[in-house]
Design a protein around this ligand. Structure first.
Ligand SMILES: Cc1cc2nc3c(=O)[nH]c(=O)nc-3n(C[C@H](O)[C@H](O)[C@H](O)COP(=O)(O)OP(=O)(O)OC[C@H]3O[C@@H](n4cnc5c(N)ncnc54)[C@H](O)[C@@H]3O)c2cc1C
Length: 465
């Protein structure tokens, strides 16, 4: 089959380097305004599963390697590689929801906000990610660091089966009982995925009817004392609390009080995913029981929220149309040691939009536990990192330098990187650094079984920049 025949054989669109819209279509493949200096040969935007099969067969028969594009939100633009074919799934966004059995079957390119909205109409919820526009596609394959993580666990634990088109152009379903090795690998293998995931079968939860937030702002002078107190309280709080510590720009009304720290502040955010008002208020009240809390500069208690409102807040912290770098990992180190090591860096950040966030353990167990039945290897008491966020290309040098210095500091506290939010182009050792040695070995064995000819690009890095 040649390119003209491919065009005639699929319902979707085929764009190649000679087409005038190629550069704009390629740029749209990456959410970040920092666009990769890489280019595919051909971009196939499919309309359905049959298109995926035709595209996979065409790539295999014509010696083109494949990368799948879900929502294009990988921070380092991994859905664009050098040469080969992008299979763009942007049109695959349908879902069916079974309220009685609390399950849903979704196509991959549905955003966190949209999935939450569709499920809430049936009084259901799923452990969606924090950013409203991130799509299920890559998020679920990465493992999924979700809202209500301590209670629901990483999102991939709530995936019951995944439908794939594999390198031989065949459709199959992977679950605990069918192709269990592929199912194991797909839950955490992220950008190294070696088949096209076309449908996810989800286990859902009853919608927490009372989502409520309490927020505290503290001076960076009190950082160690605050972090020690908040994390100690976290261990006593139930797991329905998502407890996060931010280092960030102070809200305008506090900026005068934070002059000494260049207008930066520590924000403690607790979100209760509760079913009753009483439960939410009682659990959030636990944060009032310390002594450091008396030093807070401002607080907002028991504010009613929802997945929709949480999406708005996260969406404004990680805005569209910006240049971003990110390093994200999990750690077994003492949280106050990590945050104190980063304190001066947030004060000196070249961009006021840059932010550091570390989510803490609640529910008397580590935030992330070692699960044998998924490839995801994160196992730690806190998870988070640093996001450099800025607008203008002329500010690249200062922000890149700053983010590299921050990543260097974080590295000494890192237990494993998070494959979904670490820059494997900048440092390819972060790929294996995202897995335990045993899981990495197993992952590579399964890849060799399902993609023996290496049709899919796999992880990017090293010389393939
Ligand atoms: C603002 C922002 C906030 C974020 N917040 C969170 C968060 O709270 N929790 C979290 O866990 N992550 C978070 N992420 C990271 C997010 O999980 C990843 O960026 C994820 O890859 C996004 O999915 P995508 O479909 O857009 O990926 P893409 O960039 O489209 O794809 C990335 C790679 O994944 C593979 N891939 C994607 N879809 C498929 C598929 N269907 N079949 C086979 N391979 C596929 C491909 O190898 C591809 O190169 C955030 C990212 C951003 C930009």
């Amino acid at each position: 089959m040649n390119l003209d025949q491919l065009r005639r054989s699929i319902k979707g669109r085929v764009v190649t380097k000679v087409d005038h819209e190629f550069e704009s279509v390629k740029a749209a493949m990456v959410w970040n305004e920092i666009k990769p200096d890489r280019s595919p040969e051909v971009i196939v935007t499919v309309k359905d599963d049959d298109d995926v099969i035709v595209a996979v067969n065409f790539a295999r028969e014509n010696g083109l390697k494949i990368v799948v594009h879900g929502g294009g939100h990988t921070w380092c633009g991994l859905a664009v590689r050098n040469g080969g074919m992008i299979i763009d799934l942007a049109n695959l966004n349908e879902s069916t929801i079974d309220k009685t059995n609390r399950t849903a079957v979704i196509q991959p390119v549905i955003s966190n906000r949209e999935l939450a909205r569709r499920l809430s109409e049936h009084d259901l919820a799923f452990p969606i990610g924090h950013c409203p526009t991130v799509k299920a596609s890559g998020y679920l394959l990465n493992g999924g660091m979700s809202w209500n993580l301590s209670e629901w666990g990483p999102a991939c634990l709530s995936v019951e089966a995944i439908e794939f088109v594999t390198a031989d152009g065949k459709k199959l379903k992977a679950s605990a009982t069918e192709h269990p090795e592929l199912f194991w690998a797909a839950r955490g293998c992220g950008p190294g995925m070696f088949a096209v995931a076309t449908r996810f079968h989800l286990k859902c939860f009853p919608l927490p009817k009372t989502i409520m937030t309490s927020t505290y702002f503290y001076s960076l002078d009190d950082l160690r004392e605050v972090v020690d107190e908040v994390t100690a309280l976290g261990w006593k709080m139930p797991s329905i609390i998502e407890l996060s510590i931010f280092l960030m720009k102070a809200p305008p009304e506090l900026s005068a009080q934070c002059k000494k720290s260049n207008g930066k502040v520590c924000m403690v955010s607790a979100v209760a995913f509760a079913y009753t008002k009483e439960e939410a208020e009682a659990t959030l009240a636990m944060l009032e029981s310390g002594t450091a809390v008396k030093k807070c500069l401002a607080k907002m208690l028991n504010e009613p929220s929802s997945f929709e409102k949480l999406s708005d807040v996260a969406g404004s912290a990680w805005p569209e149309g910006h240049r971003n770098l990110c390093e994200n990992q999990c750690s077994k180190a003492k949280p106050s040691d990590i945050l104190m090591a980063l304190r001066n860096k947030i004060i000196d950040a070249p961009s006021e939009k840059s932010v550091m966030v570390f989510c803490q353990s609640t529910g008397q167990h580590n935030l992330l536990e070692p699960y044998d039945d998924i490839a995801l290897s994160m196992d730690a008491q806190s998870y988070g990192g640093s996001w450099a966020i800025w607008e203008k290309a002329e500010e690249d040098a200062a922000n890149i330098k700053w983010q590299n210095e921050v990543a260097f500091i974080i590295k000494s506290f890192t237990s494993t990187h998070y494959i979904g939010e670490t820059d494997i182009v900048e440092d390819n050792t972060r790929v294996q650094g995202s897995y335990t040695p045993e899981k990495w070995k197993k992952l590579e064995k399964i890849r060799a079984k399902y993609d023996p000819e290496g049709l899919f690009f796999g992880y990017l890095g090293g010389t393939d920049k």
